[in-house]
Design a protein around this ligand. Structure first.
Ligand code: PHE
Length: 347
């Protein structure tokens, strides 16, 4: 009967395969409607044709409607509620600090620099002595060093500490490789600093070092000017101020024109139009001298770093500061909070 057929349409429509359903009922040659029309309608006595035709058309409509039925209805028939939130898998995203660090590194890769890494637990020799921070010299106080415990019995050069900057990797690379050298050194550094809106005891730097014959201060200026425009946009200007680091001479602090106001003056640049971004300078000959002596001590050829034959420049910048400027973040602590509401903004 048509009632049985209608029930069959309902149960077969619940199946997932719409094409099989369509073939079963509407197939041109073997479809059930075709067979019904041949077996019932055409054979029926004249007076029964009209009511049978009506039931036949209702069945056909029911079949067509269930083919068009939205997935929700089919799912409902299967006992599923597709309006429930699905099980989403959130893929991880790169942390904004790593993205900023990678961007800086990439700018220098394009200039022919390669990446060097070094340990976070460092010896006094690499972190200080070879970088021309003499023992007990007040310059060491600028670095707020976190010392590793129980080092007093060791010779001072071997005492361990948490590296306060990425500069020790300059020394490690020069001791093991001859110039010419163009390297970038991204990494984590540690200082005994109280945490506040702009300081964290653990933060990140990207360091650069270029050593070759006849490297000049103009090369340093041109390189950093290019890098800052590659990072912050081609309208950005740079300016250099005298500064001091024990391992560079002369030394400079570099400012960029404020990327928020274009140098006119706004709250972000404290109305100066300029933002201080990095430290740099020409490698101090005392550093080349220390490298030369260390290479001699290790039985390596000391001549490549003869201060009379080569020169170089170095620079270092804070990754947190760059990321804060790029993304308008005012509290450094957000980077380490693990707060998803903060992190998801970078996906
Ligand atoms: N190492 C310095 C610091 O952490 C930055 C710097 C690197 C300065 C290289 C000059 C050259 O303060």
């Amino acid at each position: 009967s048509f009632a049985v057929l209608a029930e069959e349409v309902r149960t077969t429509a619940a199946g997932a395969d719409a094409e099989a359903f369509r073939l079963l009922w509407l197939g041109r040659k073997q479809g059930r409607l075709k067979l019904i029309s041949e077996a019932w309608l055409k054979q029926a006595p004249a007076e029964a044709r009209k009511p049978l035709g009506i039931r036949f058309n209702q069945l056909k409509q029911q079949i067509e409607q269930s083919l068009e039925a939205p997935a929700a209805k089919i799912a409902a028939a299967q006992g599923l509620d597709i309006s429930l939130p699905g099980l989403t898998r959130t893929p991880g995203i790169p942390h904004p600090l790593l993205t900023a660090m990678d961007r800086v590194v990439e700018v220098f890769h394009h200039l022919g620099y390669s990446t060097q890494l070094g340990p976070q637990v460092e010896s006094d020799f690499y972190n200080f002595e070879a970088l021309n921070f003499p023992e007990n010299h007040p310059a060491r106080d600028t670095q707020d060093t976190l010392q590793v415990a129980h080092q007093q019995s060791k010779p001072s050069r071997d005492r361990l500490l948490m590296r306060t900057h990425t500069s020790p990797v300059q020394i490690r690379t020069m001791v093991s490789q001859a110039p010419p050298l163009r390297i970038v050194i991204p990494g984590k550094v540690h200082r005994n600093d109280a945490a506040d809106a702009t300081h964290s005891p653990i933060f990140h730097q990207v360091e650069g070092l270029c050593v070759d014959t006849n490297v000049t201060f103009s090369d340093l200026k041109g390189t950093l000017d290019h890098a800052m425009r590659a990072l912050f946009g081609s309208a950005v200007k740079t300016r250099f101020f005298p500064s001091f680091f024990p391992f560079t001479e002369p030394s400079a602090d570099v400012q960029i024109s404020c990327i928020f106001c274009g140098g006119k003056g706004c709250r972000k640049c404290k109305h100066s139009g300029w933002i201080e971004l990095l430290g740099c300078g020409m490698v101090d000959p005392a550093v080349f001298q220390a490298v030369t002596e260390e290479r001699r001590r290790l039985g390596l050829d000391p001549s490549p770093y003869d201060p009379a034959r080569i020169s170089g420049f170095a620079f270092g910048m804070g990754v947190e500061r760059i990321a804060m400027i790029l993304h308008g973040v005012s509290d450094i602590g957000q980077f380490y909070s693990g707060d998803m509401r903060f992190l998801e903004q970078f996906s």
